[in-house]
Design a binder for this molecule. Structure first.
Ligand SMILES: Cc1cc2nc3c(=O)[nH]c(=O)nc-3n(C[C@H](O)[C@H](O)[C@H](O)COP(=O)(O)OP(=O)(O)OC[C@H]3O[C@@H](n4cnc5c(N)ncnc54)[C@H](O)[C@@H]3O)c2cc1C
Length: 407
């Protein structure tokens, strides 16, 4: 009899996992989503996929690019993928050194990246003030897509290879026997399972607490604006990250998206969010983003007069070391985790799906998931005060580090 595999959560990660499991023929795969696919964090994601050199990130992103093409070819579902390239902006000597390190590694891989000055950056991005930066690293591989469409593409591909997708079905609890997963209890009844993958985004921690597992994952508020700049940005304008300024951005229907990885990020208790929290945003917080908007204006002066069309404040989960939790749940056989994406879930969804499929299959891993092992924090996830303090700091620290040091 085929193994019964349940995936809990229909965001971009859960759908990516379900497709990989079903495609490999690892069992009878059912994805259970409490609302509609993509309704948690995924729908409001900025959808950027940024390539950087570095052993972990590099391969995961290249696999994401291949997967996006393949999903569209196999399902006909467009993802909105637009290849734009990306500017990494630098002011200070240390940042420039970090980017030069990227450049050396890019060259070694044969990627046509290059270090450029402010004038050339301004030629590539029509709203960038040439003298506002000291240098930039032009990375030609990055782009963006529509995360809801990528989620739909994974779901269609998963269904084509036999996976079941059940929406509007809330998982209420996990059942175990003798240290092994036995199934799930849902709003629609019980479901037996030999393997369960928890991909419930910021709600994952709450699902595991009753089993005595305290994941080192906590949610923070995470922001971007859509600004109606004049002149409008051409579609396909190169996107940017500013690791020292903690900003990023891109074109969005002629307007400019500007997002922030703020210091002392505001933590949110996922269990205290209103229900249903589907296609829902958090309240605007202008004071929190003001310093970063100011830095963005100094580089892109057109932002100053641009009307803000949309303020997106959505929850995303982070871990103390800025790495996801992917792998076996400590102490319960047959229970797996694919959660806490540290604002990279769209980017990592393909690689994480592959990692989970390799683990469930027991085959040699294509991607090294050692650094993502959920057990790496031991029992420290029990300490909520510690956890909140750590994730509040990691949003900005992780962004600075990952965008300047190959990882
Ligand atoms: C403002 C913002 C910008 C971002 N920009 C980027 C970006 O540019 N690039 C990038 O790669 N990433 C980005 N991210 C991060 C990315 O969006 C997330 O990492 C990703 O969407 C997380 O996907 P997920 O599937 O883990 O979680 P979710 O999308 O939250 O999915 C989890 C699902 O589980 C369901 N669920 C929860 N509890 C239960 C239950 N009990 N029973 C059944 N179902 C349940 C939920 O309803 C939800 O649909 C951004 C995030 C934010 C907030």
């Amino acid at each position: 009899m085929a193994r019964k595999i349940v995936v809990v959560g229909g965001g971009v990660v859960g759908c990516g996992v379900a497709w990989h499991l079903a495609e490999r023929g690892l069992g009878e795969v059912t994805l259970v989503e409490r609302d509609r696919l993509g309704s948690g964090t995924t729908w409001h994601s900025a959808g950027n996929i940024t390539w950087r050199p570095g052993p972990t990130h590099d391969e995961a992103v290249l696999y994401a690019f291949d997967t996006i093409k393949r999903l569209t070819a196999e399902t006909g579902q467009e993802t909105g993928w637009l290849h734009t390239g990306r500017l990494f902006l630098a002011h200070g000597a240390a940042a420039i050194r970090g980017l030069e390190g990227y450049q050396e590694q890019a060259e070694a891989r044969g990627v046509a990246a290059r270090m450029i000055d402010g004038r050339e950056a301004a030629r590539l991005h029509p709203l960038l003030r040439a003298d506002s930066i000291a240098a930039a690293w032009m990375n030609p591989l990055s782009g963006r897509l529509n995360p809801a469409d990528l989620t739909a593409a994974y779901a269609k591909a998963a269904q084509r290879v036999g996976a079941g997708i059940v929406e509007n079905c809330k998982v209420l609890g996990l059942t175990t026997t003798g240290g092994r997963i036995a199934g799930i209890e849902t709003s629609e009844g019980k479901m037996a399972a030999d393997e369960v993958v928890i991909a419930a985004g910021l709600w994952s921690r709450g699902l595991l607490t009753p089993l005595g597992i305290h994941l080192a994952q906590w949610a923070c508020e995470h922001f971007y604006l859509i600004c109606g700049v004049t002149p409008r940005l051409p579609r396909g304008t190169i996107s940017f990250v500013g690791p020292e300024d903690l900003i990023y951005g891109r074109e969005e229907v002629g307007a400019m998206m500007v997002g922030f990885f703020d210091e002392n990020a505001k933590t949110i208790d996922a269990g205290a969010l209103p229900e249903p929290f589907a296609f829902t945003l958090l309240p605007e917080d202008w004071d929190k983003i003001a310093p970063y908007v100011e830095r963005a204006v100094s580089i892109f002066p057109a932002l100053e007069a641009a009307p803000v069309r949309r303020f997106v404040n959505g929850p995303e989960s982070f871990t103390p070391d800025d790495r996801p939790l992917v792998g076996p749940a400590p102490g319960i056989e047959g229970l797996w985790l694919a959660t806490a994406m540290n604002s990279g879930g769209v980017t990592y969804s393909a690689a994480v799906g592959h990692m989970v499929a390799d683990m469930v299959a027991g085959t040699a891993p294509r991607f090294d998931a050692t650094n993502f092992a959920p057990a790496r924090f031991g029992e420290r996830g029990r300490d909520k005060a510690w956890l909140k303090c750590e994730v509040s700091a990691v949003v900005s620290r992780g962004y600075r580090e990952t965008n300047l040091v190959a990882g």
